[in-house]
Design a protein around this ligand. Structure first.
Ligand code: SF4
Length: 350
């Protein structure tokens, strides 16, 4: 299925290698290939879910896209005022406009907010740094932002410790929204919250997306959460994408064995569903010394000889569905019904 919305951000061949240094003189003895040739596109107004186990490189992709980390290799293009701008080599000091267009929601609402700052200071700081508001105008804009995320404006002089986890994440969302971004990288934004609060925050994010045409790169290890909010999903394993597809297609008809295993681990809501969880053998290999050929082959129950020597390219096998597996056309993998989702807390406890 073709996405009709324009591409907002395109990343091509993203690589991030971190040097491994040893000895008194910190000699470089190798590299951790945290991100290794990732291509992705995010369309205006859509949510791209990025999933994978911890250490898969998904958080590093988010930081590269925000230009919070320097790339080892690759290209990032961003649509600005109808023009496609290559931001790969623009010095960070000249990317102030990009800090307005692309922002972040952090994972842990308990540690990401400065405990010494009031809500007014936290939410208003980006406006002040970018010279957009001061004094009464700043207070007015913070008041508006707090209303948008469902917080009481009379609490703007309180400190973060006075709020629950869900409320703190709303403060983080208000701050991320302050500069009217077009893209928000949300890095595990609900994983530190109670399940009953997760749906409230996800519903808020969806509502803000509809109001302001925001695009999200939604990074998570939780496939139930990802299915709830995403239009498309990209699956990452050991620094590379192994499958991308529209959300329904990915869950119902996965084409990569790693995706099949991840889906099998989603808790079942139907007690009659007897499908068993696929337990992957071994651990995630060391990204400093990845396996030859298909990086998933030591853990793949379908692997053949070719998988040990030839690295499969990510290729489109049906419209919009891309897979990096030699056997993608041949394997009949088990999907799941899209998870029912996460129920909102009846108490409305925010
Ligand atoms: Fe498994 Fe081979 Fe496909 Fe890799 S290429 S996922 S090892 S079947």
């Amino acid at each position: 299925m073709m996405n009709q919305r324009p591409i907002l951000l395109e990343a091509v061949g993203l690589k991030k290698y971190f040097p491994i240094q040893r000895g008194f003189f910190r000699k470089t003895v190798g590299h951790v290939r945290a991100v290794d040739s990732v291509d992705l596109q995010i369309h205006a107004g859509e949510t791209l879910g990025l999933v994978g186990e911890s250490e898969s490189g998904k958080t590093t992709v988010g930081r590269l896209i925000l230009r919070a980390l320097d790339l080892t290799e690759g290209t990032i293009r961003f649509r600005r005022d109808g023009q496609v701008v290559d931001i790969t080599h623009i010095p960070r000091s000249e990317l102030k406009w990009y800090r307005r267009d692309a922002s972040i929601i952090f994972q842990d609402p308990f540690s990401s907010l400065d405990p010494r700052m009031t809500v007014l200071d936290i939410v208003g700081e980006p406006l002040r740094i970018h010279g957009l508001a001061e004094g009464d105008k700043l207070r007015e804009q913070v008041r508006e932002l707090l209303q948008l995320v469902g917080l009481r404006v009379q609490h703007m002089n309180r400190y973060p410790y006075a709020f629950s986890g869900g409320q703190r994440q709303r403060i983080g969302i208000a701050r991320a929204l302050a500069l009217k971004p077009k893209l928000i990288v949300a890095d595990e934004p609900v994983s530190a919250l109670d399940v009953s609060i997760q749906a409230q925050v996800l519903n808020l994010m969806r509502s803000l997306q509809q109001q302001f045409g925001l695009a999200y790169l939604f990074i998570s290890h939780d496939l139930a959460v990802v299915s709830y909010i995403s239009d498309r999903v990209a699956v990452m394993y050991l620094g590379s994408l192994v499958e991308t597809a529209p959300v329904d297609s990915l869950y119902a008809t996965p084409r990569h064995p790693y995706t099949e295993a991840l889906l099998s681990a989603i808790p079942k809501s139907d007690p009659d569903d007897t499908k068993t969880r696929i337990i992957l053998p071994g651990d995630v290999p060391n990204p400093a010394n990845p396996p030859s050929g298909c990086r998933f082959h030591p853990r793949c129950r379908y692997a053949r000889m070719v998988c040990q020597t030839e690295r499969p390219a990510l290729r489109e096998i049906t419209p919009g569905h891309h897979v990096a597996c030699h056997l993608a056309e041949e394997l009949k993998l088990a999907g799941v019904a899209p998870p029912e989702g996460i129920r909102e807390s009846p108490s409305g406890g925010k």
